[in-house]
Design a protein around this ligand. Sequence first.
Ligand SMILES: [Zn+2]
Length: 350
Amino acid sequence: MGHYKEFYTILIHWKYRLLLLIFILPFGIFSNTISLRDFLEKSDAEVRWNPYRSRGLLIKNETTISFMVSSSSIVVDNNRVITGVGFKYKDGDLYINNDTAALLYRILKVDLKHEEIVNDENLYNIPVIIIDPGHGGRDSGAIGDHDNFNIKEKDVVLSISNIVVDKLRKNLLQKKILMTRNDDTFLTLEERVELANDIDIGKKEAVIYISIHANASLNKKAQGFEVWYLPKGYRRNVLDSNINNNEKLTTIVNALKEDEYSLEGQELAKSILDGLDANLNDVSDNRGLKEEIWFVVRNARMASVLIEVGFVTNEVEGKRLSDPAYLQKVADGIYNGIVDFISSYEKNIR
Ligand SMILES: [Zn+2]
């Protein structure tokens, strides 16, 4: 978590306000941060700025680091997400805190001769993974009614989810793997989200939430898989309302949190799509990444994605989705995507 976030949290408590103004503000901003200008000089890196995406790119030798102002995540070499960094815009200049600078020096392999001490505690951990098989019970979800067989979304997604969960539990022993349902029961959307939001996570921890669905279309030829994530710019209430009553502050902190979650969600979605593509692209179509506001996704206080594994309304794909061997391939693809995301997210860079 970037220092400026903690700074806002401190701001909430009136007792600290005076202290903040006297001590922390001047020292916090001027002694614990370094301007990007100074950083570039020290590291000999170059920076490029994309005004359309409000995104910057630090480049040195073969290494690139993509960052966004007010986001606490960076993406290294287009594939590795690291959270807990701080970029701050102030008086026409960009500043980074010392922990972030130390991390960036290390990623860019800048030799500072003991000048900077690296803080590994900035790196995040994902202790909980939630798999949410869509629908269930009286809610069948999409139905594929074909001449020789019929197929229900709720059954397909439960089978896939069970395989994914078994594999995660077997291989990621330190993590808690939860399911919103593991049999044919009906859950309201609120109940699904409640499970997710009830989890207690530490400050340096994140939870990922993966909702698995199958698609339907009036166009019987529609087929293929796709992965949805939360669009950036959607305002969520990700903080408890009792933390503070300052509306303006909540908006700021929400915007910061949201950037963090949406970037993570996007990376997770990409990783799962790649996992599915590697396993299915010879038989099914990759329909790509999609942005949408889903109920389940928007209420979960964590990075979350929604997978559409294929169309039950397409006779050929419906048949595939009735085949346990194919469901295993789908599940393996999802599993690989999750594991890839986690390993890049939790990776220590040395
Ligand atoms: Zn569905």
